[in-house]
Design a protein. Structure first.
Lengths: 447, 447
């Protein structure tokens, strides 16, 4: 979709997994060569981008040799066999240290793989290392973690977005073709948009969360980051544990452009660029959707209430026993999180159920809703305010503003690269009806 | 089970619904006569006992005439046809004012019947009026409501217990043979025990709550109060909306006496009396159950957290807009309830699920657990401390202490009259395995 490469670009930029899989089977390429290419690219780019926080060449190459041995025996575990994949550092891996981005877990070695990682291994993928996560995935900028800030492949002074910061940077810079991320308020789609990758948040519950460090059990999702939709679809199928199948629709798609401003201020150039791409892809049938405006603020409040209460449940003992080990910004969020009242949480649960019903009704009239994934381009690392139009707005609120409603309502949502603004990537978000993940991936792959 | 009558006793004392139903069908008795007997008894005793807060003779007699007309036509809706029944004032009735015991709802007329009331009407029962509830059912003493305190038929200076205060007093004094109550921490079983009636809290979810004013959605139950188990079973079948069927067991029952003290202090005479009755009913096979002691305090805390958060959810607007309309004691509970944190509520939900699992395990070894329903006898109206052994304890905590764990775990539990101590009734509580309501009722009816 985008032919422009980032400033920091390596081996896998512009490569498709399908093509690599064919070459692996044709015999002209081995998994060891691919894995070595990944390791070499990481060695070259990671000092600048800080995408990977843990790499172990012998461990990775051993997996690659195993994949090659299977090829030699004629055994084929599917399209990911022998393909290098990165895993976000909040997902348990038995062979790589997993810190959840936090000093609380420095050097932590999980006793078992997360279920999605187990499925990757069963598919023959080569896990080359762990990617930087915002501490405990509790932040959308990707610049607060045990390992510092991840850096944007298009401008290393800028954030990647987060919390799946390293996964997006690793894919966008061509260190690996695929990476796993997690998404509680936009944590896959935000860095994918800001780094120029594809990021897919499946329907709630579509990919198992066992072995993924929880942030907010009502809102957490695992999903793929890739350089194109077809690749994202391959990775999604593996972690969902099922064949991805869907007939695409014949009639013209009914696509609703979420009225600009519904979810907060949008940079005018980002708006123009994303809207132009949407029109190019979906044609003049693109309709303006205005019905969401009355819900938007309530959805944001509801998500915040659920997320805060659930996050504090996860971290109460750490906040009590060793609060100093948290990054100050994450700690500040947790201090606020403690304040949510039980009755407010109960109401937020009830509101979430109502919003899900509202969305089911809305999707009777639309096949997809679209909007910018993020209303701004990547800001400077550590910056917390950004000028949009006439006002200074909070960077964290801004980057989350257009994605979080789809965590609350559980709808599948994908961020697609939609060109650049001022030399930085922007993303178009496409939201589908609940459970329509396969159709969404298939129809977006055809664009 | 008890042949001694209370000081304030009327027409229905010692009468069984089954016998009345037979007489109605034999033609020697009409529903109008029975209903008039109920109305006369209420007129005589209610000025002392304050069990009924709303009675409407024409409304009641119209229902009775309808039942008699059906008998005359040979139509039989089942054993409750023509039988006077009382309904707790936190359960919606379209033809009687329903105040939920609160000044917030003075003169309130619901737009429809609660589902359990609808089922009563379909069974041909005659609803003679509404019985006093502790304000919003949020208190176990039955002496704080828009209508003041209900009074114990055995000694009008004493509480009935609550919150189904009027229902228990109405049945125990023979104003009606049957009444509906609700039970969130013991609110059916406590007044049943303190007034000398049978009170049954079904398994969680066994009777629908539509149209019952909520106190705590994780803990609320509707159930029958009656003067014997067979009658309770008839009423339970009607409100559960299904035939109650169960083969009783042939092997000796495995009955566990919950070790005295597990759930807090017990009056020594109450303990002796209830234990003696348990031995008489269940024989020497009665075993001491000690395993609950480590769970008891945690179960109490968990219930309190769930109940508080859920109760505040129900009353937040009223607490904001018109706190002065609450009884001061109820308001004080709500002020505390507001403080429960979201993360604590989440943990309480998880703990509740664990306790349910623990109970399923325990009931692999026991058919029933037994204990005193309430560890003391009825205290003076408005008293808030009572001497048990060497210590002064809080009356409200004491009366709830032995019942609330079975709301938390959802198990069916019945309070059976077990004689008197110092001239006041005591109850034996029998707790069954989850979903074993029918068997519990059948086996207890045979004692």
């Amino acid at each position: 979709m985008s032919l422009v490469k980032p400033v920091h670009a390596g081996y896998f930029c512009g490569q498709s997994v399908t093509a690599l899989a064919e070459r692996l089977r044709a015999g002209g390429l081995t998994s060891v060569e691919l894995t070595q290419a990944a390791l070499d690219t990481i060695a070259r780019l990671n000092p600048t981008l800080n995408a990977f926080v843990e790499v172990d060449a012998p461990v990775a190459l051993a997996q690659a040799r195993k994949a090659d041995a299977l090829f030699a025996q004629g055994q084929d575990l599917g399209p990911l066999q022998g393909i290098p994949v990165a895993v976000k550092d909040n997902i348990d891996t038995i062979d790589y240290i997993t810190t959840y981005g936090s000093a609380h877990f420095q050097g932590h070695r999980p006793g078992r793989d997360a279920l999605c990682v187990q499925r990757l291994r069963e598919a023959g993928a080569v896990i080359v290392g762990k990617t930087l996560t915002h501490e405990f995935a509790y932040g959308p900028t990707g610049d607060r973690s045990l390992h510092g800030a991840a850096r944007n492949p298009w401008d290393e002074r800028c954030i990647t977005g987060g919390s799946s910061a390293g996964s997006a940077a690793a894919v966008a810079s061509g260190m690996v073709p695929l990476a796993l991320g997690t998404d509680t308020g936009g944590s896959i789609r935000i860095p994918a948009a800001l780094c120029g990758a594809v990021g897919f948040k499946p329907s709630f519950g579509g990919v198992p969360l066992e072995g993924v460090f929880p942030l907010s059990s009502s809102l957490d999702h695992v999903g793929p980051i890739a350089s194109n939709v077809a690749d994202a679809r391959l990775l999604y199928g593996v972690i969902a544990g099922r064949a991805v199948v869907a007939a695409h629709r014949v009639r013209p798609l009914r696509v609703g452009w979420i009225s600009t401003g519904t979810f907060g201020p949008v940079d005018a150039e980002v708006d123009r660029q994303v809207r132009q791409v949407a029109r190019q892809w979906f044609g003049d049938g693109l309709q303006e959707v205005v019905e969401l405006a009355p819900l938007a603020a309530a959805m944001k409040d509801t998500l915040l209430t659920l997320q805060r209460a659930e996050a504090y449940d996860v971290h109460a003992e750490r906040m009590h026993e060793a609060p100093q080990l948290f990054d100050p910004e994450v700690r500040e969020r947790l201090v606020l999180s403690q304040e949510v009242r039980g009755w407010q949480y109960i109401r937020a649960q009830a509101a979430q159920a109502l919003f899900k019903t509202e969305m089911a009704r809305l999707f009777e009239r639309y096949d997809y809703l679209v909007s910018p994934s993020v209303p701004i381009t990547a800001t400077a690392v550590d910056a917390r305010e950004v000028r949009v139009g006439e006002q200074d707005i909070d960077v964290r609120a801004a980057v989350l503003s257009h994605t979080s409603a789809w965590n609350l309502t559980g709808l599948p949502a994908i961020s697609l690269p939609a060109g650049q603004v001022r030399g930085l990537p922007v993303g178009l978000q496409v939201i589908g009806a609940i459970g329509e993940d396969d159709r969404l991936l298939q129809e977006m792959a055809r664009l």
